[in-house]
Design a protein around this ligand. Structure first.
Ligand code: GLC
Length: 482
């Protein structure tokens, strides 16, 4: 790098730190979170709130920089917003949920926090991911501070238990995965991800692992047992049924259908004709693969979703071979998945009639825009974390360099549009906090990989792996075994 380039990078970074500082939200004089965006030029809508999922990258940066107070305040205040009683009114949030976002309002001359569980949000979407991210963040706080006392407080133990209660509750569904409505996560608009979307399953797995570490108090034995039962089933299910590589595609392509009973191989009765198998045949590199977007009855969503795949690597849900194969895919299909702005939220876009039917003609989610295969710089920190975990840091370095050349100049847009990600998102906010922190955090993780354990998990305990492997034993892909 030339000297003047170095100076420029420093300027961009300083500007990013300043923008992050400007986004801090104060409540009764204490910092409690960051605003989604601080862009005075457009109507705020709900971007002047602190979103739980958006705050994760801010929080990790604060933890790295030793500003643990903000994260602690955030965890304490959001825990207070969690309903502790059963809702009698079905329109009210259920016990244990963590809101999508919150803001500071004034009531009788006093500041109070107002939560949004999706009841105010566009399309009234449910924030299933919030309680999962909250748990992951609580565990990151413990790792960063080595201070267990916060998580061991009775209110926190109760909060964790309530989250586990909704996640592990009896339900109609008989899969180890979580059944959720459309728009229950980062993609919070209708995008055909209802059912068992990868993003939620990976966050669920990660949150179960976090809860397993944190639930230590007496009286939690039953929940701990339930977690121990669920983890291997969930792990085996995702590794086996979500995995797509050329071997697996071959097997699916020749699947028999309408199999009834215990000996069925095509468990979900997937019809090959529902898959874009010729496109995948061309697109899948020899040594590449990824976890599918969704699996359900006669459903295999073959879209690539970045958050789920990257976090599956970080949380150790993907096996080592699968993790390397996902990174191979990103490397070999760089133009499609990273292009000129890291990185696409999903690939490929829904187009034509499919776009109209699946999104409900959503003008914000037109093909190659926003959630429909737009590019989101926030995903860069997850790419960096996955790259560190798989020892493929050069991929993340390349991505950071690409982003660095544009983000500051473009004033930190929320997302980019286009097949290569060259267009600033049609309705993107500027000074979007998680764009800023996604960039800063990616840089921190690459500069000092010792920060990875904040968010990553060690190898699964041997008994979990062997139980998960039992499920995988009749699989056809060599990537499934470790
Ligand atoms: C959009 C995104 C959502 C994010 C929110 C605030 O709705 O889809 O993931 O939390 O903006 O930035």
């Amino acid at each position: 790098m030339q000297l003047n380039e170095l100076g420029e990078t420093e300027n961009i970074e300083n500007e990013a730190w300043q923008a992050l500082e400007n986004s801090i939200l104060y409540y009764q004089g204490r910092p409690v979170g960051t605003l989604a965006a601080y862009d005075p030029s457009v109507e705020a809508l709900n971007y002047d709130q602190c979103f739980i999922r958006d705050f994760v990258s801010s929080a990790l940066i604060f933890l790295i920089k030793g500003r643990t107070d903000i994260v602690r305040n955030f965890l304490e205040e959001t825990l207070k917003l969690q309903p502790k009683e059963k809702a009698l009114d079905a329109y009210k949030p259920g016990r244990g949920l963590i809101p999508a976002s919150f803001k500071v309002i004034s009531s009788d001359g006093e500041e109070v926090l107002e939560a949004d569980f999706g009841e105010h949000a566009i399309a009234r979407v449910t924030p299933v991911d919030s309680c999962l991210w909250w748990l992951i963040l609580l565990r990151a706080y413990v790792v960063a501070t080595n201070d267990y006392s916060l998580a061991y407080q009775p209110e926190f133990q109760k909060g964790i238990r309530l989250i586990m209660d909704i996640c592990l509750a009896n339900r109609f569904d008989m899969y180890p995965t979580l059944l959720v409505p459309d728009g229950a996560c980062m993609i919070d608009r209708r995008m055909g991800i209802y059912g068992h979307p990868l993003e939620i399953q990976v966050l669920f797995f990660t949150a179960l692992r976090a809860a397993r570490e944190l639930l230590v108090c007496r009286g939690n034995e039953e929940i701990v047992e339930a977690i121990d039962n669920r983890l291997p089933l969930l792990c085996g299910h995702i590794r086996q049924h979500y995995w797509i590589d050329i071997n697996r595609l071959n097997a699916i392509y020749r699947f028999k259908s309408e199999e009834y009973g215990k000996a069925a191989v095509n468990l979900f009765n997937i019809y090959a004709d529902s898959l874009p198998y010729y496109d995948l045949d061309k697109w899948l590199p020899k040594k590449g693969g990824y976890l599918a977007g969704n699996v359900g009855p006669s459903q295999l969503d073959t879209r690539f979703f970045s958050l789920g795949n990257l976090m599956a690597i970080v949380s150790d849900l993907a096996t080592e071979k699968q993790s390397q194969a996902i990174m191979n895919l990103i490397e070999k299909r760089w133009d499609d998945l990273v292009g000129d702005m890291p990185m696409k939220i999903c690939f490929p876009a829904l187009e034509h009639e499919e776009y109209r039917v699946v999104t409900g003609c959503d003008p914000k989610n037109i093909p190659w825009s926003y959630h429909n295969a737009g590019s989101w710089p926030v995903l860069m920190w997850m790419l960096a974390a996955a790259a560190v975990k798989t020892k493929r840091t050069s991929l993340a370095e390349k991505a950071i360099e690409i982003a660095q050349s544009r983000l500051g100049e473009d004033e930190w847009p929320e997302y980019y549009d286009g097949k290569k990600g060259r267009l600033i998102g049609k309705q993107a906010r500027k000074y979007q906090t998680w764009t800023i922190t996604g960039y800063l955090l990616a840089k921190e993780l690459i500069a000092n990989p010792a920060h990875l354990p904040l968010i990553s998990f060690d190898k699964l305990p041997a008994e979990v792996v062997s139980k998960a492997c039992e499920l995988e034993s009749n699989s056809v892909s060599p990537y499934l075994s470790r």
